[in-house]
Design a protein around this ligand. Structure first.
Ligand code: SOE
Length: 386
Protein backbone atom coordinates (compact mmCIF):
# COMPACT_ATOMS: atom_id res chain seq x y z
CA UNK A 1 0.00 0.00 0.00
CA UNK A 2 1.48 3.38 -1.04
CA UNK A 3 1.72 6.20 1.55
CA UNK A 4 -1.14 8.60 0.98
CA UNK A 5 -0.26 12.27 0.90
CA UNK A 6 -3.11 14.63 1.82
CA UNK A 7 -4.43 16.83 -1.00
CA UNK A 8 -6.41 19.77 0.35
CA UNK A 9 -9.25 20.81 -1.92
CA UNK A 10 -11.30 24.01 -2.17
CA UNK A 11 -14.41 23.63 -4.31
CA UNK A 12 -15.92 26.77 -5.85
CA UNK A 13 -19.61 26.34 -6.68
CA UNK A 14 -22.16 23.92 -5.27
CA UNK A 15 -24.60 23.28 -8.09
CA UNK A 16 -25.05 20.08 -10.06
CA UNK A 17 -21.33 19.97 -10.91
CA UNK A 18 -20.27 20.74 -7.32
CA UNK A 19 -22.03 17.50 -6.38
CA UNK A 20 -20.50 15.38 -9.14
CA UNK A 21 -17.01 16.60 -8.21
CA UNK A 22 -17.52 16.21 -4.44
CA UNK A 23 -18.76 12.67 -4.99
CA UNK A 24 -15.63 11.96 -7.04
CA UNK A 25 -13.35 13.34 -4.31
CA UNK A 26 -15.00 11.04 -1.78
CA UNK A 27 -15.32 7.89 -3.88
CA UNK A 28 -12.10 7.85 -5.91
CA UNK A 29 -9.85 6.85 -2.96
CA UNK A 30 -12.37 4.17 -1.89
CA UNK A 31 -12.24 2.32 -5.21
CA UNK A 32 -8.76 3.17 -6.56
CA UNK A 33 -5.34 2.85 -4.91
CA UNK A 34 -4.18 6.46 -5.19
CA UNK A 35 -1.04 8.28 -4.06
CA UNK A 36 -3.10 11.10 -2.54
CA UNK A 37 -5.84 11.31 0.06
CA UNK A 38 -8.32 14.05 -0.94
CA UNK A 39 -9.25 16.32 1.97
CA UNK A 40 -12.46 18.33 1.49
CA UNK A 41 -11.23 21.54 3.10
CA UNK A 42 -13.68 24.18 2.02
CA UNK A 43 -16.54 24.93 -0.35
CA UNK A 44 -17.30 28.42 -1.63
CA UNK A 45 -20.57 29.88 -2.92
CA UNK A 46 -22.41 33.19 -2.54
CA UNK A 47 -25.34 32.04 -0.41
CA UNK A 48 -23.98 31.63 3.15
CA UNK A 49 -26.79 29.45 4.46
CA UNK A 50 -26.87 27.10 1.53
CA UNK A 51 -23.11 26.75 1.23
CA UNK A 52 -23.01 25.82 4.93
CA UNK A 53 -25.66 23.15 4.32
CA UNK A 54 -23.72 21.85 1.31
CA UNK A 55 -20.54 21.67 3.41
CA UNK A 56 -22.38 19.65 6.06
CA UNK A 57 -23.93 17.26 3.55
CA UNK A 58 -20.70 16.53 1.69
CA UNK A 59 -18.27 16.74 4.61
CA UNK A 60 -16.33 19.92 3.82
CA UNK A 61 -14.50 21.27 6.87
CA UNK A 62 -15.66 24.84 6.24
CA UNK A 63 -17.84 27.02 4.01
CA UNK A 64 -16.96 30.42 2.54
CA UNK A 65 -18.77 33.00 0.44
CA UNK A 66 -15.90 34.66 -1.49
CA UNK A 67 -13.43 32.66 -3.58
CA UNK A 68 -10.83 35.45 -3.16
CA UNK A 69 -10.43 34.58 0.51
CA UNK A 70 -9.62 30.96 -0.37
CA UNK A 71 -7.57 31.04 -3.53
CA UNK A 72 -4.20 31.76 -1.93
CA UNK A 73 -4.75 30.11 1.45
CA UNK A 74 -1.58 28.21 2.36
CA UNK A 75 -3.53 25.15 3.49
CA UNK A 76 -5.18 24.69 0.07
CA UNK A 77 -3.43 22.63 -2.64
CA UNK A 78 -6.10 22.46 -5.32
CA UNK A 79 -8.84 24.81 -6.49
CA UNK A 80 -11.74 23.10 -8.25
CA UNK A 81 -13.96 25.44 -10.30
CA UNK A 82 -17.57 24.29 -10.61
CA UNK A 83 -19.15 27.75 -10.73
CA UNK A 84 -20.79 29.40 -13.80
CA UNK A 85 -18.68 29.96 -16.90
CA UNK A 86 -18.13 33.72 -16.38
CA UNK A 87 -16.14 32.97 -13.21
CA UNK A 88 -13.77 30.35 -14.67
CA UNK A 89 -11.02 32.62 -15.99
CA UNK A 90 -10.69 34.95 -12.97
CA UNK A 91 -10.59 32.10 -10.48
CA UNK A 92 -8.27 29.87 -12.52
CA UNK A 93 -5.78 32.65 -13.21
CA UNK A 94 -5.71 33.79 -9.57
CA UNK A 95 -5.35 30.19 -8.37
CA UNK A 96 -2.50 29.45 -10.79
CA UNK A 97 -0.71 32.64 -9.74
CA UNK A 98 -1.01 31.48 -6.13
CA UNK A 99 0.65 28.20 -7.16
CA UNK A 100 -2.46 26.03 -6.76
CA UNK A 101 -3.42 23.10 -8.96
CA UNK A 102 -6.57 23.96 -10.89
CA UNK A 103 -9.44 21.79 -12.08
CA UNK A 104 -12.17 23.49 -14.11
CA UNK A 105 -15.63 22.57 -15.35
CA UNK A 106 -16.23 22.72 -19.09
CA UNK A 107 -16.16 24.76 -21.22
CA UNK A 108 -12.77 26.07 -20.09
CA UNK A 109 -13.45 29.69 -21.15
CA UNK A 110 -16.43 31.47 -22.64
CA UNK A 111 -14.18 32.12 -25.64
CA UNK A 112 -10.85 30.77 -26.85
CA UNK A 113 -9.22 34.08 -25.85
CA UNK A 114 -10.38 33.57 -22.27
CA UNK A 115 -9.20 29.95 -22.35
CA UNK A 116 -5.84 31.02 -23.78
CA UNK A 117 -5.27 33.33 -20.79
CA UNK A 118 -6.07 30.42 -18.47
CA UNK A 119 -3.63 28.12 -20.29
CA UNK A 120 -0.92 30.78 -20.12
CA UNK A 121 -1.51 31.18 -16.36
CA UNK A 122 -1.30 27.47 -15.46
CA UNK A 123 1.63 26.85 -17.78
CA UNK A 124 3.58 29.87 -16.49
CA UNK A 125 2.97 28.71 -12.91
CA UNK A 126 3.73 25.07 -13.78
CA UNK A 127 0.68 23.83 -11.87
CA UNK A 128 -1.29 20.66 -12.59
CA UNK A 129 -4.56 21.34 -14.41
CA UNK A 130 -7.47 19.48 -15.94
CA UNK A 131 -10.89 20.21 -17.49
CA UNK A 132 -13.88 18.08 -16.50
CA UNK A 133 -14.84 16.68 -19.91
CA UNK A 134 -16.11 13.60 -18.13
CA UNK A 135 -17.45 11.56 -21.06
CA UNK A 136 -13.93 10.49 -22.05
CA UNK A 137 -14.02 8.33 -18.90
CA UNK A 138 -17.05 6.23 -19.79
CA UNK A 139 -15.60 2.68 -20.01
CA UNK A 140 -17.25 2.08 -23.42
CA UNK A 141 -15.78 5.33 -24.80
CA UNK A 142 -12.36 4.47 -23.35
CA UNK A 143 -12.61 1.04 -24.99
CA UNK A 144 -13.32 2.76 -28.31
CA UNK A 145 -10.26 4.97 -27.79
CA UNK A 146 -8.04 1.90 -27.42
CA UNK A 147 -9.56 0.22 -30.49
CA UNK A 148 -8.88 3.36 -32.55
CA UNK A 149 -5.32 3.65 -31.21
CA UNK A 150 -4.64 0.02 -32.08
CA UNK A 151 -5.66 0.85 -35.67
CA UNK A 152 -8.56 -1.63 -35.58
CA UNK A 153 -10.88 0.63 -37.58
CA UNK A 154 -8.30 1.40 -40.28
CA UNK A 155 -8.58 4.67 -42.16
CA UNK A 156 -11.35 6.83 -40.71
CA UNK A 157 -13.96 8.18 -43.12
CA UNK A 158 -16.68 9.68 -40.92
CA UNK A 159 -17.19 10.96 -37.37
CA UNK A 160 -20.64 12.15 -36.32
CA UNK A 161 -21.97 13.25 -32.97
CA UNK A 162 -25.15 14.67 -31.52
CA UNK A 163 -26.13 16.01 -28.10
CA UNK A 164 -29.90 16.41 -27.85
CA UNK A 165 -31.94 17.83 -24.98
CA UNK A 166 -35.39 19.41 -24.62
CA UNK A 167 -35.38 21.31 -21.31
CA UNK A 168 -35.53 24.92 -22.56
CA UNK A 169 -38.54 24.73 -24.88
CA UNK A 170 -40.93 26.47 -22.41
CA UNK A 171 -41.28 30.20 -23.18
CA UNK A 172 -41.78 31.14 -19.54
CA UNK A 173 -38.40 29.78 -18.47
CA UNK A 174 -36.37 32.82 -17.36
CA UNK A 175 -32.79 33.46 -18.34
CA UNK A 176 -30.22 34.02 -15.62
CA UNK A 177 -30.09 32.84 -12.05
CA UNK A 178 -29.40 29.44 -10.61
CA UNK A 179 -29.03 26.66 -13.19
CA UNK A 180 -30.59 29.00 -15.76
CA UNK A 181 -27.41 31.04 -16.16
CA UNK A 182 -26.86 28.64 -19.07
CA UNK A 183 -29.49 30.71 -20.94
CA UNK A 184 -27.72 34.01 -20.28
CA UNK A 185 -25.02 34.60 -22.90
CA UNK A 186 -23.06 37.07 -20.76
CA UNK A 187 -22.56 34.32 -18.14
CA UNK A 188 -22.44 31.20 -20.30
CA UNK A 189 -20.58 32.64 -23.31
CA UNK A 190 -22.82 30.74 -25.72
CA UNK A 191 -25.75 28.35 -25.63
CA UNK A 192 -25.59 24.74 -26.72
CA UNK A 193 -22.35 25.31 -28.63
CA UNK A 194 -20.33 25.78 -25.42
CA UNK A 195 -22.51 23.59 -23.23
CA UNK A 196 -23.27 20.48 -25.32
CA UNK A 197 -21.45 20.63 -28.65
CA UNK A 198 -18.26 21.22 -26.62
CA UNK A 199 -18.61 17.72 -25.12
CA UNK A 200 -18.95 16.23 -28.61
CA UNK A 201 -15.93 18.22 -29.83
CA UNK A 202 -13.72 17.29 -26.88
CA UNK A 203 -14.39 13.57 -27.36
CA UNK A 204 -13.90 13.89 -31.12
CA UNK A 205 -10.55 15.71 -30.90
CA UNK A 206 -9.36 13.02 -28.51
CA UNK A 207 -10.61 10.08 -30.60
CA UNK A 208 -10.06 11.38 -34.11
CA UNK A 209 -7.59 14.30 -33.95
CA UNK A 210 -7.82 17.97 -34.87
CA UNK A 211 -10.62 19.58 -36.85
CA UNK A 212 -9.29 21.58 -39.82
CA UNK A 213 -12.41 23.53 -40.86
CA UNK A 214 -16.11 23.91 -40.15
CA UNK A 215 -19.23 25.39 -41.70
CA UNK A 216 -21.96 25.93 -39.16
CA UNK A 217 -25.44 27.20 -38.45
CA UNK A 218 -27.02 28.19 -35.17
CA UNK A 219 -30.58 29.14 -34.25
CA UNK A 220 -32.30 30.88 -31.34
CA UNK A 221 -35.91 29.70 -31.29
CA UNK A 222 -37.09 31.80 -28.33
CA UNK A 223 -35.67 35.26 -28.75
CA UNK A 224 -36.90 37.00 -25.55
CA UNK A 225 -37.09 35.75 -22.00
CA UNK A 226 -37.56 37.37 -18.62
CA UNK A 227 -34.22 37.90 -16.91
CA UNK A 228 -34.26 36.29 -13.47
CA UNK A 229 -32.15 39.05 -11.91
CA UNK A 230 -34.04 42.10 -13.29
CA UNK A 231 -37.53 40.73 -13.96
CA UNK A 232 -37.35 42.45 -17.38
CA UNK A 233 -38.12 40.82 -20.72
CA UNK A 234 -34.65 40.70 -22.33
CA UNK A 235 -33.39 39.54 -25.74
CA UNK A 236 -31.90 36.03 -25.69
CA UNK A 237 -28.35 35.96 -27.03
CA UNK A 238 -27.54 32.27 -26.74
CA UNK A 239 -27.81 29.68 -29.49
CA UNK A 240 -30.58 27.13 -28.82
CA UNK A 241 -29.38 24.81 -31.57
CA UNK A 242 -26.03 24.49 -33.33
CA UNK A 243 -24.87 22.23 -36.13
CA UNK A 244 -21.77 21.98 -38.28
CA UNK A 245 -20.15 20.10 -41.09
CA UNK A 246 -16.41 19.83 -40.92
CA UNK A 247 -13.23 18.13 -41.97
CA UNK A 248 -10.73 16.54 -39.62
CA UNK A 249 -6.99 16.86 -40.26
CA UNK A 250 -6.93 13.11 -40.98
CA UNK A 251 -9.27 13.66 -43.94
CA UNK A 252 -12.42 12.26 -42.35
CA UNK A 253 -15.71 14.17 -42.47
CA UNK A 254 -17.44 15.63 -39.41
CA UNK A 255 -21.18 16.00 -38.84
CA UNK A 256 -22.15 17.48 -35.44
CA UNK A 257 -25.40 18.73 -33.90
CA UNK A 258 -26.48 19.98 -30.48
CA UNK A 259 -29.87 21.31 -29.43
CA UNK A 260 -32.11 21.90 -26.42
CA UNK A 261 -35.19 21.69 -28.69
CA UNK A 262 -35.35 17.98 -29.50
CA UNK A 263 -38.58 17.10 -27.70
CA UNK A 264 -38.28 13.74 -25.96
CA UNK A 265 -34.49 13.73 -25.64
CA UNK A 266 -33.00 14.50 -22.22
CA UNK A 267 -29.25 14.02 -22.64
CA UNK A 268 -28.90 11.97 -25.78
CA UNK A 269 -25.20 12.22 -26.54
CA UNK A 270 -24.43 9.84 -29.37
CA UNK A 271 -21.32 9.38 -31.45
CA UNK A 272 -20.44 7.18 -34.40
CA UNK A 273 -17.19 6.59 -36.22
CA UNK A 274 -16.87 4.77 -39.52
CA UNK A 275 -13.53 3.31 -40.56
CA UNK A 276 -12.28 1.22 -43.46
CA UNK A 277 -12.58 -2.04 -41.52
CA UNK A 278 -15.01 -1.30 -38.71
CA UNK A 279 -17.57 1.11 -37.28
CA UNK A 280 -18.51 1.91 -33.70
CA UNK A 281 -21.28 3.85 -32.08
CA UNK A 282 -22.06 4.88 -28.53
CA UNK A 283 -25.08 6.41 -26.78
CA UNK A 284 -25.09 8.14 -23.38
CA UNK A 285 -28.59 6.82 -22.61
CA UNK A 286 -27.13 3.31 -22.80
CA UNK A 287 -23.63 4.27 -21.74
CA UNK A 288 -22.32 0.86 -20.75
CA UNK A 289 -22.65 -0.49 -24.30
CA UNK A 290 -20.39 -0.08 -27.33
CA UNK A 291 -21.98 -1.01 -30.64
CA UNK A 292 -19.38 -2.52 -32.95
CA UNK A 293 -19.37 -3.74 -36.56
CA UNK A 294 -16.29 -5.43 -38.01
CA UNK A 295 -16.28 -6.12 -41.74
CA UNK A 296 -13.51 -8.70 -41.23
CA UNK A 297 -15.90 -11.02 -39.39
CA UNK A 298 -16.91 -14.17 -41.25
CA UNK A 299 -19.54 -13.10 -43.82
CA UNK A 300 -22.54 -15.17 -42.69
CA UNK A 301 -22.16 -13.97 -39.10
CA UNK A 302 -21.20 -10.37 -39.84
CA UNK A 303 -23.38 -7.78 -38.11
CA UNK A 304 -23.55 -5.12 -35.42
CA UNK A 305 -22.68 -6.49 -32.01
CA UNK A 306 -23.52 -4.85 -28.73
CA UNK A 307 -20.66 -5.13 -26.24
CA UNK A 308 -21.73 -4.85 -22.60
CA UNK A 309 -18.63 -3.04 -21.31
CA UNK A 310 -18.72 -4.36 -17.76
CA UNK A 311 -16.12 -7.11 -17.69
CA UNK A 312 -12.91 -7.17 -15.68
CA UNK A 313 -10.73 -6.51 -18.74
CA UNK A 314 -12.77 -3.47 -19.77
CA UNK A 315 -11.43 0.00 -18.86
CA UNK A 316 -11.90 0.87 -15.16
CA UNK A 317 -14.27 -2.07 -14.56
CA UNK A 318 -11.91 -4.09 -12.35
CA UNK A 319 -12.43 -1.31 -9.75
CA UNK A 320 -16.17 -1.92 -9.55
CA UNK A 321 -18.60 -4.67 -8.56
CA UNK A 322 -18.54 -7.96 -10.48
CA UNK A 323 -18.68 -8.54 -14.26
CA UNK A 324 -22.06 -7.75 -15.77
CA UNK A 325 -23.06 -5.13 -13.20
CA UNK A 326 -23.29 -1.64 -14.61
CA UNK A 327 -21.94 1.69 -13.48
CA UNK A 328 -23.19 5.13 -14.51
CA UNK A 329 -22.76 8.85 -15.01
CA UNK A 330 -21.18 9.69 -11.65
CA UNK A 331 -18.44 7.13 -12.21
CA UNK A 332 -17.06 9.15 -15.14
CA UNK A 333 -16.09 11.90 -12.68
CA UNK A 334 -14.67 9.37 -10.21
CA UNK A 335 -12.52 7.86 -12.98
CA UNK A 336 -11.33 11.25 -14.12
CA UNK A 337 -10.32 12.32 -10.63
CA UNK A 338 -8.63 8.96 -9.94
CA UNK A 339 -6.65 9.38 -13.17
CA UNK A 340 -5.72 12.91 -12.14
CA UNK A 341 -4.34 11.77 -8.77
CA UNK A 342 -2.47 8.87 -10.35
CA UNK A 343 -0.94 11.29 -12.86
CA UNK A 344 -0.05 13.69 -10.07
CA UNK A 345 1.81 10.91 -8.26
CA UNK A 346 3.70 10.03 -11.44
CA UNK A 347 4.30 13.67 -12.45
CA UNK A 348 2.32 13.13 -15.69
CA UNK A 349 -0.25 15.66 -16.96
CA UNK A 350 -3.67 14.07 -17.25
CA UNK A 351 -5.81 14.98 -20.24
CA UNK A 352 -7.95 16.84 -20.92
CA UNK A 353 -5.58 19.54 -19.70
CA UNK A 354 -6.36 23.26 -20.01
CA UNK A 355 -4.52 23.16 -23.36
CA UNK A 356 -6.95 20.47 -24.55
CA UNK A 357 -9.87 22.56 -23.23
CA UNK A 358 -8.53 25.49 -25.24
CA UNK A 359 -8.50 23.33 -28.40
CA UNK A 360 -12.21 22.68 -27.93
CA UNK A 361 -12.89 26.38 -27.34
CA UNK A 362 -11.06 27.14 -30.61
CA UNK A 363 -13.48 24.85 -32.44
CA UNK A 364 -16.58 26.28 -30.71
CA UNK A 365 -15.35 29.80 -31.55
CA UNK A 366 -14.98 28.75 -35.20
CA UNK A 367 -18.48 27.23 -35.18
CA UNK A 368 -20.03 30.43 -33.79
CA UNK A 369 -18.03 32.54 -36.22
CA UNK A 370 -19.03 30.43 -39.21
CA UNK A 371 -22.70 30.63 -38.22
CA UNK A 372 -22.36 34.45 -38.38
CA UNK A 373 -20.17 34.79 -41.48
CA UNK A 374 -21.85 31.90 -43.36
CA UNK A 375 -18.34 30.94 -44.46
CA UNK A 376 -16.08 27.95 -43.77
CA UNK A 377 -13.86 28.81 -40.80
CA UNK A 378 -10.66 27.17 -39.52
CA UNK A 379 -10.25 26.79 -35.74
CA UNK A 380 -7.12 28.68 -34.63
CA UNK A 381 -4.70 26.01 -35.88
CA UNK A 382 -1.77 26.50 -33.53
CA UNK A 383 -4.06 25.91 -30.58
CA UNK A 384 -5.37 22.50 -31.70
CA UNK A 385 -4.45 19.35 -29.79
CA UNK A 386 -1.59 17.32 -31.21
C1 SOE B 1 -26.78 20.89 -19.52
O1 SOE B 1 -28.08 20.50 -19.32
C2 SOE B 1 -25.82 19.83 -19.00
O2 SOE B 1 -25.99 19.72 -17.62
C3 SOE B 1 -24.39 20.22 -19.31
O3 SOE B 1 -24.04 21.44 -18.69
C4 SOE B 1 -23.47 19.10 -18.91
O4 SOE B 1 -22.14 19.42 -19.24
C5 SOE B 1 -23.91 17.83 -19.64
O5 SOE B 1 -23.05 16.77 -19.33
C6 SOE B 1 -25.32 17.48 -19.29
O6 SOE B 1 -26.12 18.59 -19.61
Amino acid sequence: MMAKRPLNIALIGYGFMGKTHSNAFLQAPRFFDLPYRPVLKTVVARNAERVRAFADTWGYESAETDWRTVVDRPDIDLIDIASPNDTHADIAIAAARAGKMVLCEKPLGRTAAEAQAMVSAVEAAGVANMVWYNYRRVPAVMLLKSLIEEGTLGRIFHYRAQFLQDWTIARDLPQGGEGLWRLDASVAGSGVTGDLLAHCIDTALWLNGSIAEVTAMTETFITERTHALTGQMTPVAIDDASAFLGRFQNGSLALFEATRYARGHKALYTLEINGEHASARWDLHDLHRLEWFDHRDEGRLRGWRSIHVTDRDHPYMNHWWVPGLQIGYEHTFIHQFADFLTGLGAGTPIPPTFRDGLATDCVTDAVLKSAKTRQWEAPAAHLNVA
